[in-house]
Structures are given as C-alpha cells and as structure tokens.
Design a protein around this ligand. Structure first.
Ligand SMILES: [Zn+2]
Length: 389
C-alpha cells in the first residue's frame, strides 16, 4: 500500500466526516490517496458562488449582493438554486461550477488499515469486539482500540480502569482529542500513523510502550478481574437478592457525595467527547448503527435520585417488552424510569427505543443501567467492595 506523502495536519484535515475538499484544494490528492486506502469515502458534488466576477449574472448584482460570500450546492442538471447566505435565487446557467467532494470516514476501512499494520510484526489474536484488535507482546495480550469504530464503551471510556495494556488510535474527528486521555494512556492519531515513514514500526513501539506501562500500573483495577467478580457475585444472587444489591448501591451512592461530584464533573468535562459517552449498538447497518450519547445527560435522573427504579436479574437478553412494566409504573406516577439489569446482553431495539423517546421528549425519560454501566459506577464511586460483601 502506498501512503500519502503529506503532513499530519493535511491528513487530519481530510480525516473529517462531513468535511469537504474542492478540486482546487491541494489536499484533494491526499484525500484521493486515503480513499484508495479505504479510509475515507468521497462523494462528488458541485457548487456555484453567489457573487463571482466573470459569471454572467455578476453585472446585474447590487452593491450588497456583490459582497455576498454565499454558495449554493447544485446537482447535475439543476437549473436554479438559492444562496446559502442571502437566499438569492441563482440561475446556474452562465456561472462557473466548482467540483467538490464530501468526506465520510470509513470506520471499517480504518480498522482494516490498522490490521494490515499489525499483521507483519506480531500475531493478531481472534477477537469479536468490532473496532478492537488484540495482539501479543512478550506473551501479554495488548489491545488496540479504534474508538470511532469500537461498538463498546468499555474500551473507549474505561481506559483508565484497565490494567490490561491498550493502545488507542484516534482519527481526531469524532470528538475525541488526544489530550482528553490521561498521560498514562498510549494514544496515537491516525494522521501520525499515515504520515510515518514506517507506520508498522510506530504501531509496534506503541504496543511495547503500552506493555511497559502495564508493568508500572499494578495499582490499577483490572477490568477483566472485576468483571469476573461481578459475574460470580451475581450468579449467586436470587432475583430478589439482586434487587437488594442495587438497593444497597443506591443507598451507598447517597453517602458518597464527594465521589459522585467528582464523577459528574469528569462526565461533564467530557460531555462532547467519546470518552464521556455511553456507546451501544442500536442495530441497522451503515453509519447509524451506534448510539453515542453523553453520559452526563444519560445518568442525570440517577444522579438526582428522581424516577422509578426497577432492578432485574436477567439470564437471557433484555428485550423491549421487558421495559413495559416499568413504563406502566412510570406513566401512573408521572415519573421517569431507570432499569438496572445484571446483564450486558441488551437487545439493540431497547437502546433504539429509549433513545427515540429521548429524541421526541428532549431528555432521557427511560434509561437502562446495564452490567457495564453498573461496574463503571461501582469503580467511580469506590464501591467495588460491594462485590465481595
Ligand atoms: Zn448570496
């Protein structure tokens, strides 16, 4: 594969979903190169300028109109359009047409690109989480996470809880910024990889660095260990014991105002970043299949202890129908609702359902606090000892 010979800044410029690059922009060649690598998609479109000297309508413009910096998008065969700025009706005939390209990041293509960089150096271990590659360094598993393609926030937002080494590759375009991560986290940007003389080497030194950090980070919680503890504790609980467990957690939450404030502050600092978001698969195909919502808003009703609670130990997948009892209670009482569940198996229709209610009402009426979110809350509030109690 041939990499673009361009600066990280120019590469980053074209790594933006929703961005555009015109035929006259020197970065078009960079964009074409990234399209060839499968990292972005380019969709052609054309624009005309509202006021451009040389256009056949230029002499008819008033003094005000001549100053208009507006443009209009025109499809092929389209005869007239309106200016994005002044709203003026523009006749396309006789005007200069500028070819342009809309940029869309291809998250699958980014993962495939990174996978090719890992492969020659070290073996890839099979892994089922999209956006996450697992490799080996000194017999230790090292994860490589591409947050924009990763459909689980365990790896995206939980990085500070990982004792297991992890390298993040961010394309810097979806609201995650390199300095959002703590200094002990290994983060490289896709632009750095693409502009490196030897990207495979850059990636393998990042993997080595992550491994070395692990050696120093013995005090961190092991997510894998914690997950095991949670599963073991919950397996022993009857459904009503699980209810009591969550009840105790809600009581303890109130007794820890300082920790709660710290967590809330952290979430609100990161409310525009993937790091502060709840990320779940909502089904469907294409770009619409992941829900990314700020946790600060998602958990607002939990933080203000308002709403009706329901706690369910599930051994099967949580389905949309399972919410109906809670919805009925909430409607009778005129409250919002929070469903706690012991599982991470939640049907995509559930996320889709509660999110469309949120979209229609403007705020979260129903939320599901699943296993992963319960674990995060236990860690953030210093309540992991509840699992061994
Ligand atoms: Zn105009």
């Amino acid at each position: 594969m041939s990499l673009p010979k361009a600066s990280p800044a120019d590469i980053e410029y074209v790594l933006r979903s929703g961005g555009t690059v015109s035929d006259e922009d020197y970065r078009l060649s960079v964009a074409k190169n990234l399209e060839g690598l499968g990292i972005i998609r380019l969709s052609p479109f054309r624009i005309v300028k509202c006021a451009l000297e040389g256009d056949s309508d230029f002499d008819d413009l008033t003094a005000d109109q001549i100053e208009c910096p507006g443009e209009a998008i025109v499809q092929s065969g389209q005869r007239d359009a309106s200016c994005s700025r002044c709203g003026r009706r523009i006749l396309v005939d006789g005007k200069k047409v500028f070819p342009n390209h809309l940029i869309t990041l291809d998250s699958g293509g980014i993962v495939r690109f990174v996978r090719r960089l890992v492969a020659p150096k070290s073996p890839l271990v099979r892994n089922r989480v999209p956006g996450l590659l697992v490799t080996r360094f000194n017999k230790t598993l090292v994860r490589i996470c591409i947050p924009e393609a990763c459909k689980s926030d365990i790896y995206v937002t939980w990085y500070e809880h990982f004792k297991e080494p992890i390298v993040y590759i961010i394309s810097n375009t979806a609201g995650v910024y390199k300095n959002d991560y703590s200094p002990e986290t290994i983060v490289i940007t896709l632009a750095e990889l693409l502009s490196a003389t030897n990207p495979s080497n850059l990636l393998s030194s990042a993997v080595r660095e992550a491994f070395e950090l692990l050696v120093e980070a013995k005090t961190r919680v092991s997510f894998v260990g914690l997950l095991g503890e949670f599963e073991k504790a919950v397996a022993k609980m009857t459904p009503s014991e699980f209810e009591k467990f969550i009840g105790r957690f809600l009581e303890d939450l109130k007794k820890r105002p300082d920790q709660l404030e710290n967590y809330k502050r952290k979430l609100s600092r990161r409310s525009k970043s993937l790091l502060g978001s709840i990320i779940r698969v909502i089904g469907g195909s294409g770009a619409e299949d992941i829900m990314v919502e700020p946790k600060a808003e998602y958990l607002a009703n939990l933080f203000s202890s308002s709403g009706t609670y329901e706690m369910k130990k599930y051994t099967t997948t949580l389905m949309l129908d399972d919410l109906s009892e809670l919805v009925r209670h909430c409607e009778q009482r005129g409250t919002s609702g929070i469903l706690f569940t012991s599982t991470d198996r939640v049907a995509s229709s559930v996320w889709n359902g509660i999110r469309s209610i949120k979209t229609s009402q403007g705020s979260w009426k129903y939320i599901v606090v699943d296993r992963n979110l319960i674990l995060e809350l236990l860690v953030e509030l210093g309540l992991t000892n509840m699992l061994s109690a």
